[in-house]
Ligand binder design. Sequence first.
Ligand SMILES: C[S@@+](CC[C@H](N)C(=O)[O-])C[C@H]1O[C@@H](n2cnc3c(N)ncnc32)[C@H](O)[C@@H]1O
Length: 214
Amino acid sequence: MKNDIKIDYKKHWNEIYSKNDIKKLGWYEESAKPSLDLIQKCNLNKDAIILDVGSGATTLILELVNNCYKNIIATDISEAALTIAQNNLRDEEKELVKWIVDDITDPEYIKEIGAIDLWHDRTVLHFLTEEKQKEGYFSTLKHLVKIGGFVIIAVFALGGAQKCSGLDIVNYNHKMVSNFLGDNFKLLHYFPYLYIQPSGGERPYVYTLFQRII
Ligand SMILES: C[S@@+](CC[C@H](N)C(=O)[O-])C[C@H]1O[C@@H](n2cnc3c(N)ncnc32)[C@H](O)[C@@H]1O
């Protein structure tokens, strides 16, 4: 039976980031190009508020800074991850980003950040196997994304791997993500993407882009 043992997710992720070389992690990307391509489609102003959920130690943050975005928020359940992410940036770049340690399924601080222009999640939603976690995630998203704002969610595709980082995951297609978002969010674009891990393993993802219309 899945998830009959309570997992301490914060501890799990802190250990993953403390004990491993980030460049060898099974989701590391040298450039977050598929995300950046979708972000470009949103035509955001450079002062748009961009929230990267479960940011980890992603290279996306530096790439957003390099693209002159001024209101970036990186959030993750793991402080170890965000410390590594900060260390990837120069001091003056670090200060351009807000760093918030929080659980996106039951946030303490994230709910207070105000309306956002873009919610970006690469491979976090699929770790939420319990109904309560998914409800918390989508209620936070719907609370934060403004009308006209965008949502990018990239997750393991149907038929792809069923575990990541030793945890069970839920596989998705674009319609499943759309169903969770509901009628207030219009699907603008989606594409399959074959991510190749540093070890050479193939991980089929689906990338989705939505806009909040109501
Ligand atoms: C597979 S990694 C992806 C990291 C990053 N998005 C990337 O593309 O490199 C998943 C990330 O989600 C974070 N995470 C998992 N559960 C979370 C939760 N409930 N709230 C916030 N972050 C979470 C983990 O700490 C980890 O950094």
